[in-house]
Ligand binder design. Structure first.
Ligand SMILES: [Mg+2]
Length: 246
């Protein structure tokens, strides 16, 4: 069995910019502060839930309640929708993203989605970009039962579990496709293969995380399938040689 799991922002949809703007504007409005940007690196988290909690902590001086998180999320979603509705070019698909799923299915890959975005945000962006995930197993940013925001690797792990559906991981090739350094790190933490996707053509950060396979888009299905078939778990320089993913 072969499993390919996709990140959304920057991987299937060209939405990183509008996402960042909307998060800052939406959280800023809710908190009543001018939040010029939400720096994912500075905040040390790569999920909407994690960013929301961290932004609230900084400006409220305490952890937000569930109701406050829901209100901040709604403020963000309103910003996101109104910006995309005003300018549809802010939410374009990555070239080939609308077609790649069918090619991969025919080549024997089972598909899933794992995103650091909240579900409503992710589905809004996919819809406007015309990328249809249908009933594909998917996991989004969420709170764990103890209130902690799920880490990226826990989100990807959630989709792996849904795809395996009780079967063993043994003998299964599992590959995560993403644009962020946190995506490469999640693949490393899980010991699964990684394919980088950079529609801006900037590969250096993913290379530095040990990504061996990096694509600029999904326009050449054969090249995508080859990259998925070769992908190994990314290791940083100085670490032992990469081992093939399971
Ligand atoms: Mg991304």
């Amino acid at each position: 069995m072969n499993l390919a799991i996709f990140d959304i922002d920057g991987t299937l949809t060209r939405t990183t910019h509008v996402d960042d703007l909307s998060l800052a504007a939406g959280f800023g409005k809710f908190l009543g502060v001018n939040l010029p940007r939400v720096d994912w690196f500075e905040f040390g988290t790569s999920t909407d839930q994690g960013l929301c909690i961290e932004a609230c902590r900084r400006h409220l001086g305490r952890a937000p309640s569930d109701a406050e998180i829901a209100a901040a999320r709604e403020s963000f979603l309103q910003e996101l929708r109104s910006r995309i509705e005003a300018d549809r070019s802010l939410c374009e698909p990555v070239p080939g993203a609308r077609e790649i799923f069918e090619h991969l299915r025919r080549a024997g890959w089972a598909l899933g989605v794992a995103s650091g975005a909240w579900e409503q945000s992710a589905r809004t962006k996919l819809k406007f970009a015309g990328v249809e995930i249908g009933s594909m197993p998917a996991t989004f940013s969420h709170a764990l039962p103890d209130g902690r925001p799920a880490l990226r690797e826990e989100i990807v792990g959630g989709t792996i579990s849904k795809l395996l559906n009780g079967s063993s991981r043994d003998g299964t090739r599992i590959v995560y496709i993403g644009d962020g350094v946190w995506d490469a790190r999640a693949a490393r933490a899980l010991g699964i293969g990684f394919v980088g996707l950079r529609h801006d053509g900037v590969h250096e950060h993913l290379r530095a995380e040990g990504a061996g396979e990096i694509l600029n888009d999904f326009r050449a299905p054969e090249a995508v399938i080859e990259a998925l078939s070769r992908a190994v778990s990314p290791l940083r320089a100085g670490e032992p040689s990469p081992q093939p993913a399971m």
